[in-house]
Design a binder for this molecule. Structure first.
Ligand code: UD1
Ligand code: CA
Length: 484
């Protein structure tokens, strides 16, 4: 008999179990929301479902349901509330009502984020090619304590899954364990209604589906993977940190294989959506976070943090800089100890030195701000020079105001430019000025007290302290004694 729909064309629905409490995390935050490489645990499973092309994704929530649902709000998934956690079978049944039917159903846990997409694709294809009714993902451990064990018959066929609590000593010696990931055919949501809680734990076990399928004469099979680490979960914060280490290494190694130098991969944290061009060099302790894109040949010095930023080819960031929400064209250099805040755009060849903070600012090609400055809400034309200690006073206590600095402008050191201000092209601000009026093109503004020089003032001043000078400032006492 010809199936109505080819297996590869059958839709796939995914159910993600995320109602558990995660008591061992000892946290107010639901376990499913603890981040792994910056992304909440449950979102890893949601993303896998989406990468598999799932039609519907139903997340079963319970403990911390509101928080979990909020965190997944924009991800397009549906929710099924499981008010009491009566077991995995009950959790699946809770979601089953949401399924439209006619699809293969993949079951994932919300706290097993390490599964590679390729493993799930292989599981699905084994399930479909083999025309199984249920395929359980398994692996082996020398000691599989705590897991359900896979019991096979003489010819290797899967007979059943026995939970730790119910296992005989001989069954406990079985190394092949149930990962909790299954693909099932469209009958699963209906069969799940026949799961009972007649077992030692008084729980509804999803593993009962194995025998329910077999009673109907359907094929149940196991898909065994070599690396048990792929189905590892995070039960406490120690395990979470272990997963983080493994995941970090996975991401870091992929970048190194693709032509990126990581000078100390053990201390380098790269979120998994970060893109890095070949021949980039990433120093020790660097964090590349969120939606960050690095072009070819980007160099980032040690202990810098780059988040949600684009650094184009040839960008150079020196040590200890923090770059967030910025776009940097290549050919210049930034830091050490620079801070680029959201809305910063640096065109080609811009030089930003130490202790310079930039926010919501567009610096055109060749601008230099070498030392100790704050540039907020400002546009700076090409090749302008911003002296050490320059402050754009952008905030009037109520609102942020915008300043426009033209091209080829020279702003002398320790100037304050009180926004909103316009400095024309090729204008000049004398060092130490507080600029409260616009400066026209080509003009020079000086706004500071006139210098007075009082000859002999110092001698009179120090003499006023009498003998105390000799005790505290012997060099000055000597100098005074040489004055007449
Ligand atoms: C389950 C399997 C076991 C398998 C193990 C793999 C059953 C009966 N046993 O055991 O064979 O080796 O997973 O980790 O299925 N959850 C809910 N609602 C519930 C119960 C659980 O959402 O009512 C969620 C939990 O949040 C968790 C997942 O389901 O993400 C697994 O639950 P857990 O209690 O850890 O299952 P185990 O008893 O460890
Ligand atoms: Ca478990």
């Amino acid at each position: 008999m010809q199936p109505a729909v080819l297996p590869e064309q059958r839709p796939l629905d995914v159910v993600i179990l995320a109602a558990g409490q995660g008591t061992r995390m000892k946290s107010r935050l639901p376990k499913m929301l603890h981040p792994l490489l910056g992304r909440p645990l449950v979102l890893w499973s949601v993303r896998l479902a989406q990468q598999l092309g799932a039609r519907d994704v139903v997340v079963v929530t319970g403990h911390g349901a509101q928080q979990v649902e909020e965190a997944l709000h924009s991800s397009g998934v549906q929710f099924a509330r499981q008010d009491q956690q009566l077991g995995t079978g009950h959790a699946f049944l809770t979601a089953a009502h949401r399924l439209r039917g006619g699809a293969d159903v993949l079951l994932l846990y919300g706290d097993t984020p390490m599964l590679p997409l390729a493993t799930l694709q292989n599981l699905l294809s084994a399930h479909r090619v083999g025309q199984h009714a249920l395929t359980v993902l398994t692996s082996e451990l020398p000691d599989a304590s705590g897991y359900g064990r896979i019991l096979r018959g003489e010819s290797g066929e899967v007979l059943s899954i026995v939970e730790e609590k119910a296992a005989t000593p001989a069954q406990k010696a079985v190394r092949e364990f149930n990962s909790g990931v299954y693909v099932m055919d469209a009958a699963a949501p209906v069969l799940a209604g026949r799961i009972t809680n007649h077992n030692a734990a008084g729980e509804y076990y999803i593993t009962d589906l194995v025998s329910l399928y077999q009673q109907g004469g359907a094929r149940v099979a196991a898909f065994k993977i070599a690396d048990p680490g792929e189905v590892m979960g995070a039960n406490d914060r120690v395990q979470l940190s272990q997963l983080e280490t493994i995941m970090r290494r996975r991401v870091n190694e992929a970048h190194m294989r693709a032509g990126v130098t990581l000078q100390d991969p053990a201390t380098t944290l790269i979120h998994d959506e970060v893109v890095i061009g070949p021949d980039s060099v990433i120093g020790a302790g660097v964090h590349l976070l969120g939606q960050t894109v690095l072009g070819e040949g980007v160099v980032i010095g040690p202990y810098s943090v780059v988040q949600d930023s684009t650094l184009e080819a040839g960008s150079l960031i020196h040590a200890h800089s923090v770059v967030q929400g910025a776009r940097v064209a290549g050919g210049g250099d930034i830091g050490p100890f620079a801070r680029l805040r959201p809305g910063t755009v640096l065109e080609a060849g811009v030089h930003i030195g130490n202790f310079v903070e930039i926010k919501n600012a567009h610096l055109h090609a060749g601008v230099k701000a070498g030392h100790l400055a704050y540039l907020g809400d400002v546009t700076v034309g090409q090749q302008s020079n911003i002296g050490a200690g320059t402050i754009i006073a952008n905030h009037n206590g109520m609102d942020k105001q915008h300043t426009t600095i033209g091209s080829g402008v020279f702003v002398g050191s320790n100037s304050t430019i009180v926004a909103p201000r316009t400095l024309g092209d090729a204008s000049f601000v004398a060092a130490g000025s507080t600029v409260t009026a616009d400066v026209p093109e080509g003009a020079m503004a000086v706004a500071r007290g006139q210098q007075r020089t009082l000859e002999g003032w110092s001698r009179r001043y120090w003499k006023g302290f009498g003998d105390r000078v000799a005790v505290k400032l012997p060099w000055l006492a000597g100098w005074l004694s040489r004055q007449h």
